[in-house]
Design a protein around this ligand. Structure first.
Ligand code: ATP
Ligand code: MG
Length: 283
């Protein structure tokens, strides 16, 4: 049985379980449970604090984990990053009170910096040749300068709103993170097979995301041009219509290009354009 550690509550919990559901794994969401078995897949879920996930994966208590890259880097346990999952994006940055006249990294020499990420910070300070004092705080780091616990902070930023509302200014972006799938690297053949199946499904989910199925009626004479506009996976499907000189064309487009493509298709005579959501694409 393959065991996967995920965050029991917090920012990564919902998207971790949503991702498992997206690849067809039924997850029991009763968060009171510590250990739960997926109903239709040989996967056992271990719910825990994100801080502990790198450790339980590195010591083999769980073979896999979903956690932020920030925790992987901070904890320093030996694990393999198998896949970036595309959610939970954030960065860890240095921020100073907005009244400070900041003139570059050397400003931090001799300063006190509050953070929950002392290891990532220490490494950066060493690389920059800066000597600063690190004050480890586990929560509400952003209040440290106002409380005179520190001169600056090193903390997670996503939109920057928390910094602004605490009178702080982001001055150095140091570490970029997103949720990743990690592995102990010590999977049995049986477990590796299950992981391979999960990775295959992740791939399909990634490909399907932000794609739309598009179909339309098209003058036969415009087929060649429409094929250039809609390359599809191999080539678009073209089917004859009862009305002479017309056909129906089906294809797949990126959501980002959708309106531009529709404009181009209308210009070459496409009518009755339908755009549908795609559940899965198996490349
Ligand atoms: P736990 O109780 O599991 O220890 P936590 O309070 O440490 O939870 P959360 O705030 O739930 O952690 O954040 C979990 C992860 O979400 C972070 O480690 C980071 O990878 C990611 N994340 C993305 N955006 C943000 C953000 N704006 N603030 C904090 N974490 C973020
Ligand atoms: Mg935590």
């Amino acid at each position: 049985m393959l065991r996967l550690a995920i965050q029991s509550k917090g920012r990564l919990n919902e998207e971790s379980t949503a991702l498992l559901r997206e690849i067809g794994i039924d997850v029991d969401d009763s968060r009171r449970k510590f250990l739960a078995q997926a109903a239709n897949f040989p996967l056992e879920l271990l719910y825990m604090r994100d801080d502990d996930i790198p450790q339980v994966v590195s010591n083999g208590t769980a073979s896999l984990g979903i956690v932020g890259l920030n925790e992987v880097a901070e904890r320093g346990f030996e694990v393999q990053v198998v896949e970036k999952l595309g959610f939970g994006a954030c960065r860890i940055s240095l921020a100073v009170p907005k009244t400070v006249d900041y003139d570059g990294p050397q400003w931090f020499n001799g300063k006190r910096i509050a953070t929950s990420y002392p290891n990532i910070l220490r490494k950066w300070l060493q690389e920059q040749g800066i000597e600063a004092e690190i004050e480890v705080i586990t929560g509400s780091v952003e209040i440290a300068p106002a409380a005179d616990i520190a001169d600056a902070i090193f903390d997670i930023v996503s939109s920057g709103g928390t910094l602004v509302s605490n009178g702080l200014r982001e001055v150095e972006k140091i570490f970029w993170s997103e949720a990743v799938l990690i592995s102990s690297g010590k999977l049995s053949d049986e477990e590796q097979k299950v992981l391979d199946e999960m990775l295959f499904r992740f791939e399909s989910a990634k490909v399907s995301r932000h794609k739309k199925y598009i179909l339309m009626n098209l003058p036969q004479a415009s087929v060649e041009e429409a094929t250039r506009i809609l390359p599809a996976m191999r080539s678009p499907t073209v089917m004859p219509l009862a009305a002479e000189g017309w056909c129906s064309m089906h294809s797949v487009v990126d959501e980002a290009d959708l309106w531009e493509k529709i404009q181009q298709l209308k210009a070459i005579g496409a009518e009755g354009i339908l755009v549908l959501n795609i559940d899965k694409i198996i490349p």
